[in-house]
Design a binder for this molecule. Structure first.
Ligand SMILES: C[S@@+](CC[C@H](N)C(=O)[O-])C[C@H]1O[C@@H](n2cnc3c(N)ncnc32)[C@H](O)[C@@H]1O
Length: 211
């Protein structure tokens, strides 16, 4: 099960969701053409959800953990004011190079600052407080990322965790990765200072707020 909803419904939702600029569509196609695992790309529903959250919360400072070729990074940059910033962590130089080609052509690309290297090493370089964090790399470290960014959040800041339903495997975890995600969802649910909504968007988005 790749999608949490009927593929026909998901396609309809994508078709009726606004917000994919021509350059994002080009970036998605280049990712299909030029990378081995284009399924890693977050895509239109996730990108537009993030962009919408940024606009309604008037966010300015964003961190993405796991940029890949930059689809979500550029989607979020499009939702920020001109002085906004997306810090985007990524370990793969080939993915970064593809993303940077498109950032350089977009009027929003200057807002994206790529942090090359493992996120747990590069995140401490950030000196600003964060309005939104998108966690989308290396599932086994999700809890470490959450703990690292919680003290960095601005009041009302949001942490959005991708793959939170992990192809439905959270219902009956068999492998370590499934269990890590299931445990994290429960940890967040039971945490006295976190409020969350877990939505079946694509592979699952858990939207978390520190209270
Ligand atoms: C699912 S993809 C991210 C998709 C991306 N958010 C998008 O919108 O298309 C996960 C990415 O995380 C990167 N990654 C894996 N481990 C990492 C780490 N420790 N630090 C930073 N990036 C990492 C991988 O190279 C991969 O490109």
């Amino acid at each position: 099960m790749d999608s949490m909803v009927d593929p026909a419904i998901e396609n309809y939702c994508q078709a009726m969701t606004s917000g994919e600029s021509p350059i994002l569509a080009e970036l998605a196609q280049a990712t299909v053409d030029r990378t081995r695992y284009p399924v890693n790309l977050s895509g239109r529903l996730v990108g537009q959800t993030l962009k919408m959250l940024l606009k309604i919360s008037r966010s300015k400072t964003v961190l993405e953990i796991g940029m890949f070729t930059g689809y979500a990074a550029l989607s979020m940059a499009e939702g920020l004011p001109d002085d906004g910033v997306v810090y985007a962590c990524e370990t793969n130089p080939r993915s970064i190079a593809i993303g940077q080609e498109f950032f350089d052509r977009s009027p929003h690309g200057h807002k994206i600052k790529v942090l090359f290297g493992r996120a747990l090493d590069t995140i401490p370089e950030i000196r600003e407080k964060l309005d939104l964090v998108f966690i989308d790399a290396d599932k086994k470290k999700y809890r470490d990322y959450l703990e690292m960014v919680l003290p960095m959040m601005n009041p009302n800041g949001l942490i959005v965790i991708d793959d939170a339903l992990w192809k439905g495997k959270v219902l009956d975890p068999q492998e370590e990765r499934d269990q890590v995600i299931a445990d994290l969802n429960r940890y967040i649910y039971e945490h006295p200072n976190l409020e969350s909504v877990l939505l079946p968007i694509r592979h699952g988005l858990n939207i978390v707020r520190k209270v």
